[in-house]
Design a protein around this ligand. Structure first.
Ligand code: UDX
Length: 439
């Protein structure tokens, strides 16, 4: 089976490399010549654990190639995956589908023999219909089917998620495409990963509904965290207590500074827009979006309280800038809102992140970046953990105490315990766990 993947960004590259690893012949396409040249030399443009070895191995074994030549890649392919970006459109929050529609036109012109065209990009309900219309209009004699096959990859764990998915969702309109997609995923099928075939529209909605549900689950526990603080309960016990109920499940119940990243903020907003356009509002998701936006900024208040009510002129050391660990992705990271809010209140920000400082430097002003936790802690009034990188899970608090102006830790990811920190002479502030249980 020959698979071409159009768009060698995060999703395209991970999918292409994994399909090649299944034994398929894969051609990854991108119009950015520099990126393709780099990939040919083994330079991976994103940080994703394990991806460089996977790409190298499959290139060496001749199953994975890179090109800017879309027409010939499409001509050869049995299956063409569209994996280009669908950013939020400026101004209205709708997903911007111009890249998807542009490549659909280009694909149409080069189709040769029956080809399955698959949208892997996250696209609003009805996009598959439009892609089909565009292809038919551009090339009326083309033989093709348009399929929806959303991805559910987490950054930092994408390869594992691809190879051991909870499920594969495929939205098809015909039997022929269904057979081809069964072949594409046969290796996973043999691993007993369930494949769910649905209509194309259902498949498109599944992706948004899944992300919105997860965003809502995080937002729910974040509100329960605030309530826990107010009533003297411990949100981690509450999360454990409710998560053990199989109907609820224990995952995505970790309270923190709010969700960020390339998917949840953008996809929840796009779902809200689709729902409004169809006069069927999703009010739970509308509320989720606004609670999460407010939450990110409001985390600065915790820091303010921790340093005695006013951050003006204080040095605040921020540990972790990316929206979560094991990625260099800063998109919609809570750190952006927290740092901005602290700067607005007059704080001097010093920050360290193992992978995200390069992109952070482009997005943040007046931040002094350091080389590790200890360097930025020097003379700091408070240390704030924003992202739970492993490197921050075993900090040397004796050393930190000797470096800092005042030993204050604001742990927005609850990776430490109060007793432990107080033993080290630190004042400890966290999320949803009160200083003392109220009796
Ligand atoms: C998410 C989905 O998990 C994935 O299926 C989809 O394809 C893309 O969006 P990703 O954005 O990579 O993946 O990260 P994820 O691990 O899901 O975390 C998203 C955000 O939620 C992060 O900011 C994270 O810190 C936050 N989060 C997650 C919490 O605050 N608490 C939790 O319990 C889980």
């Amino acid at each position: 089976m020959i698979i071409s993947v159009i768009g060698s960004g995060y999703v395209g590259l991970v999918s292409g490399a994994c399909f090649a690893d299944f034994g398929h012949e894969v051609i990854c396409v991108d119009k950015a010549a520099e990126k393709i040249e780099g990939l040919k030399r083994g330079q991976i443009p994103i940080f994703e654990p394990g991806l460089d070895e996977l790409v190298k191995r499959n290139c060496d074994e001749g199953r994975l190639t890179f090109t800017t030549d879309l027409p010939s890649a499409v001509q050869k392919a049995d299956v063409v995956f569209i994996a280009v970006g669908t950013p939020s459109r400026r101004g209205d929050g709708h997903a911007d589908l111009s890249f998807v529609y542009d490549v659909s036109r280009e694909i149409a012109a080069s189709l040769d023999g029956f080809t399955v065209v698959v949208t892997k990009s996250t696209v609003p309900v009805g996009t598959g219909d439009e892609v089909e219309r565009i292809i038919r209009e551009t090339n009326p004699s083309a033989e093709f089917d348009v399929v929806s096959n959303p991805e559910f990859l987490r950054e930092g764990a994408a390869i594992d998620d691809f190879k051991r998915p909870d499920r594969i969702v495929v939205g098809v309109t015909g039997e022929r495409a269904r057979e081809v997609m069964t072949e594409v995923y046969r290796p996973l099928y043999l691993n007993q990963s369930p494949i769910l075939f649905t209509s194309r529209r259902s498949s498109e909605l599944i992706k948004y509904a899944a992300n919105a549900f997860l965003a809502m689950k995080i937002t729910f526990i974040n509100e329960i965290a605030d309530l826990s603080e107010a009533v003297g309960a411990d949100v981690q016990d509450v999360a454990r207590g409710i998560g053990l109920d199989n109907r609820i499940g224990s995952k995505f119940l970790h309270a923190g500074p709010g969700y960020g990243g390339s998917c949840f903020p953008k996809d929840t907003l796009a779902l809200v827009k689709t729902a409004q356009d169809n006069s069927s509002p999703v009010r739970l998701i509308e509320t989720t979006c606004s609670i999460n936006d407010q939450r990110k900024r409001s985390m600065s208040r915790k820091v303010q309280e921790a340093v005695g009510g006013n951050v003006r002129g204080k040095k605040i050391a921020i540990l972790g800038l990316t929206f979560k660990p094991n990625t260099d992705d800063m998109r919609d990271s809570p750190a952006l809102s927290i740092v901005q809010a602290l700067q607005d209140k007059g704080a001097a920000i010093h920050a360290y992140d193992p992978e995200g400082m390069e992109s952070a430097a482009e997005l943040m002003n007046n931040v002094t970046f350091g080389t590790d936790a200890y360097e930025i802690a020097q003379d700091a009034d408070a240390l704030v953990i924003v992202t739970e990188w492993n490197a921050f899970r075993a900090l040397d608090f004796t050393r930190l105490k000797s470096l800092m102006k005042t030993p204050v830790l604001v742990d927005l990811r609850n990776i430490y315990g109060r007793d432990e920190l107080e033993r080290h002479g630190f004042s400890y502030f966290c999320v949803g766990r009160p200083a003392q249980e109220i009796r």
